[in-house]
Design a protein around this ligand. Structure first.
Ligand SMILES: NC(=O)c1ccc[n+]([C@@H]2O[C@H](COP(=O)([O-])OP(=O)(O)OC[C@H]3O[C@@H](n4cnc5c(N)ncnc54)[C@H](OP(=O)(O)O)[C@@H]3O)[C@@H](O)[C@H]2O)c1
Length: 237
């Protein structure tokens, strides 16, 4: 099913994790819907990779290493100056790992906290000032429907996503009345090439089609004031 969004002409959309499955699809959908798009990568060589995937398209691409607050604030300022505001920051970055505790690589919890919480918080922190000054905007994160499940071998992953959920809830409360919203979509397993490769025997028909998750990101970004902050994603969305 091709993804069709209503026009996003006039909107400025910042997308992190733009080298990933969801982030790449969000960038494609936002450009196709006429938005001004600023994509965030975390390694400098990825700037050219993302730009060259969209030849002839006025796509701004900036590098913000994982927890580099100065780079995040600098890119947000550059986007604001070049594109005239930031309507939404769609944080599509994150990571997954499944290992039994004790057999998990040293530092796995720290890496997942960085990927799923600290890098998101760094981008949000760098962008929220722009949004507060313009008195509008939405920071949209990607949580996980597995939070609260106590799933096996995913303690590190679930801890990082649970932290993200609570961080988003608290930020949403803090931003109440500013015109800026923080929220998270909460998907279950997404039908990506990486998941199909990692779980060849799983029933992929039970997974969320990527386009439904992309649509959920935009729906959360442009939802009315007072909605959210958590948006479960279902196959019927
Ligand atoms: N796929 C699923 O089934 C599923 C289910 C529930 C929730 N989610 C969440 O949905 C989001 C997108 O998932 P996806 O399937 O598109 O993942 P993906 O294809 O693996 O892409 C992940 C993106 O995050 C970036 N990233 C990884 N570690 C990072 C770090 N430490 N700091 C900053 N950026 C980092 C990656 O950059 P590099 O290219 O540089 O590595 C990449 O752009 C993630 O938050 C994920 O947790 C996914």
């Amino acid at each position: 099913m091709p993804l069709q969004l209503t026009s996003l002409a006039g909107k400025t959309i910042m997308v992190s994790g733009s080298t990933g499955a969801l982030g790449g699809a969000v960038v494609n959908a936002a450009l196709a819907a006429g938005a001004r798009v600023a994509a965030v990568v975390r390694k400098s060589w990825q700037v050219d990779v993302v730009k060259s995937a969209h030849p002839g398209v006025p796509l701004l691409v900036g590098c913000v290493p994982d927890t580099d607050g100065e780079a995040a604030a600098g890119f947000a300022k550059g986007v604001n100056d070049a594109l005239g505001g930031i309507d939404t920051l769609l944080c599509c970055n994150g990571a997954f790992a499944a290992n039994a505790i004790g057999r998990d690589p040293a530092g796995e919890l720290q890496e997942l906290m960085t990927a799923n919480v600290l890098s998101v918080a760094t981008l949000a922190r760098g962008t929220v000032g722009v949004m507060k000054r313009q008195k509008r905007g939405a920071i949209v994160c990607v949580g996980s429907a597995a939070v609260g499940s106590g799933g096996t071998h995913v303690a590190n992953y679930l801890a990082s996503k649970a932290a993200l959920h609570e961080w988003v809830r608290a930020l949403a409360t803090e931003l109440d009345g500013t015109g800026v919203r923080a929220c998270a979509i909460v998907p279950s397993t997404i039908d990506t090439e990486a998941n199909r490769r990692a779980m060849p025997d799983a029933d992929a028909s039970k997974w969320l089609p990527l386009e439904i998750v992309v649509r959920a990101m935009f729906a959360a970004a442009f939802a009315g004031a007072g909605s959210g902050p958590m948006f479960p994603v279902g196959k019927g969305d």
